[in-house]
Design a protein around this ligand. Structure first.
Ligand code: ARG
Length: 587
């Protein structure tokens, strides 16, 4: 299917051509087009050009206008101020462009000109530990970026860098050896049960570790066995990983998110590379020995005492840490997976770690001008009091509890309207889930990722304002109009003049592809959320001012309005799907 150039790029092209025709000596000049309140677009480029060539900008602007041949896209062009052009698009061009979008499955959105391979590191919980709101952010933002990038034609490799290695496993495994039946379970254990078993075991082994010196010794020796690859020890370690995965999958399913097993490559997945990574870094001089440890130093990273704080690649006791694993993962992702972009959806509190890891990888040549790495850093989820989100007892909030509560609230909201809409009990339950989970995802995605945000369920499931429910209702309302339309179908009529609300909606619809391209390259899903919210707002104004199915409308007006409504629905549906949010047909 064909991609459809946006009206903005169409106008841009025509103006650029006219500039060259009017002023051949200017070469290829940019008309600097942008959206405007005065007209549809404003071009500011002539001012700078006149300055450069030493002419009168208003005269130059008039010349450019003359050079624009007869056409049916640029309706009205007015020279204004010191030499701007105010441009109004013809109604015909708006409707035609939208009709071309509607004829395409992808709504006319082009594929990226030069797609590459992105490895995206997201949804990375830790084995034998509960998932909390921080893991929510990484999963939700990461999943949206995966969908958006794939939609633009990028090859995306997902990596869930779960915390599945480290000294704490010595204690867990040793405890399990001494209490052999603690992780036994029937088949079909639920995620919740799996987690509560793990939790119990974690706490019991921790208590023993802290109180019993002999157990502590045995646990420490167990770490050595694990690292040496002792078979029995590894088998027990695997048991913890498998049990945790049952739990992770149950949470991801609740989140309505597809996580695939082969994409889970945790910290342990790079164990075989750690030695070599350190050797390469040491031999190339990127890392140096300091107080027995293998370190990388940076001019601009210093502690409060003014002394440099190094990235420790190998500890003085010979152990490897988080940095060695991440550096090995970079080698794997670049050299084996063929990535040209690495994206890390990780808490902003790990920014210094990634800054040092990326800089080290650049010095080693694993990252360079062709292969870049970015951290899509996110802020903290706050409670209503503006402090990091905690339970009343001061504990971190379990992600599942939070989702369950959101679903409960949302189900209540859905139930209130259910009778009027004629929803069955099954639909109420299903929609309650989509609205509840959508509310949580949307709240997370609709503010810029680096910012902290307050977790406020009342606000999240509110029907008014910038919420997913508002967008979901907009979509459901569209579907209801389409059902009421009966045998009247959506048909574009470019010959019709458009009302102001129709033009505004149409021009906004036309920007979908541009917004997606921007979101994909800047890794800012909140801009897609903002676009969709504005789309729903334009739709609301349109409903207020333009009746769709009114008996007073001539048939072609009904068809054209149905066409606008239908395209809005498809754009909402596509955009929400890219954010990982469902749009129920009836609500
Ligand atoms: N498991 C880590 C955590 O819970 C996040 C891992 C981030 N990814 C990475 N490649 N280091 O904080």
């Amino acid at each position: 299917m064909a991609s459809v150039p946006s009206l903005a790029s169409n106008v841009q092209q025509r103006l650029a051509d006219a500039l060259t025709a009017a002023l051949p000596e200017a070469g290829a000049a940019d008309p600097l087009l942008r959206r405007s309140d005065r007209a549809d677009f404003q071009a500011n480029g002539i001012l700078a050009l006149a300055k450069k060539l030493g002419g009168n900008p208003r005269e130059l602007a008039a010349k450019v206008v003359d050079a624009i041949g007869p056409n049916d896209v640029l309706g009205d062009i007015e020279v204004s101020g010191p030499g701007f052009l105010n441009i109004t698009i013809t109604d015909k061009a708006i409707t035609r462009t939208l009709a071309a979008r509607a004829a395409d499955d992808r709504l006319g959105v082009p594929f990226a000109a030069e797609p590459g391979t992105t490895v995206i590191d997201y949804a990375q919980p830790n084995v034998a530990k509960e998932m909390h709101v921080g893991h929510l952010r990484s999963a939700v933002i990461g999943d949206a970026m995966v969908q958006i990038l794939e939609f633009t034609g990028e090859k995306v490799v997902r990596r869930h860098h779960i915390g599945d290695w480290g000294t704490q496993f010595g204690m867990l495994i040793q405890y399990l050896i001494e209490h052999p039946h603690e992780l036994d379970h029937r088949d079909g254990v639920s995620g919740e049960e799996a987690m509560s078993n793990l939790n119990r075991l974690y706490k019991a082994s921790r208590t023993l570790f802290d109180s019993d010196e002999e157990f502590k010794d045995r646990a420490r020796r167990r770490v050595v066995d694990l690292q040496a690859g002792d078979e029995e020890t590894l088998a027990l370690w695997q048991k913890f990983v498998d049990e945790s995965k049952i739990y992770f999958y149950s949470v991801f399913e609740k989140l309505d998110m597809e996580i695939r097993d082969p994409d889970i490559v945790g910290e342990s997945g790079y164990n075989d590379m750690l030695d070599e990574t350190c050797r390469i870094l040491e031999e190339s001089g990127v890392a140096v020995r300091s107080e027995g440890a293998l370190c990388v130093f940076f001019d601009d990273v210093k502690g409060p005492d003014g002394n440099p704080v190094p990235l420790i690649v190998k500890k003085s006791n010979g152990g490897y840490g988080y940095a060695a694993t991440d550096l090995s993962a970079i080698r794997d992702r670049v050299q084996n997976l063929g990535a040209d972009t690495l994206v890390y959806v990780v808490d902003a509190r790990q920014s210094l770690h990634f800054k040092m890891v990326f800089e080290t990888a650049r010095r080693a040549g694993w990252l360079n001008d062709e292969v870049k790495a970015v951290q899509l850093a996110f802020g903290t989820v706050l409670g209503k009091d503006g402090k990091p989100f905690k339970t009343r007892e001061g504990e971190t909030v379990r992600l599942v509890d939070l989702l369950d509560e959101a679903i409960d609230r949302a189900t209540a909201v859905v139930r209130e309207k259910a009778e009027k809409v004629g929803l069955s009990e099954q639909e109420i339950v299903e929609n309650g889930r989509y609205v509840g989970v959508g509310a949580v995802k949307y709240a997370d995605l609709s503010t810029s990722a680096v910012r902290d945000y307050k977790f406020d369920l009342d606000q999240m499931v509110s029907l008014n304002g910038d919420t997913s429910v508002y967008l979901q209702y907009a979509y459901a309302r569209i579907q209801s109009i389409k059902r009421k339309a009966g045998d009247r179908s959506p048909v574009a009529h470019p010959e019709l003049a458009l009302a102001p609300a129709e033009r505004a909606l149409g021009l906004h619809l036309d920007q979908f592809g541009e917004v997606l391209a921007e979101v994909a390259s800047s890794y800012e899903p909140h801009k897609l959320a903002a676009y969709l919210y504005q789309l729903a707002s334009h739709l609301t104004t349109f409903y207020d001012q333009c009746h769709v199915l009114s008996a007073d409308n001539p048939p072609e007006v009904v068809e054209n309005r149905l066409f606008l409504v239908d395209l809005t629905g498809r754009t909402l549906h596509q955009g929400m799907a890219l954010l990982g949010i469902r749009t129920p047909e009836r609500l």
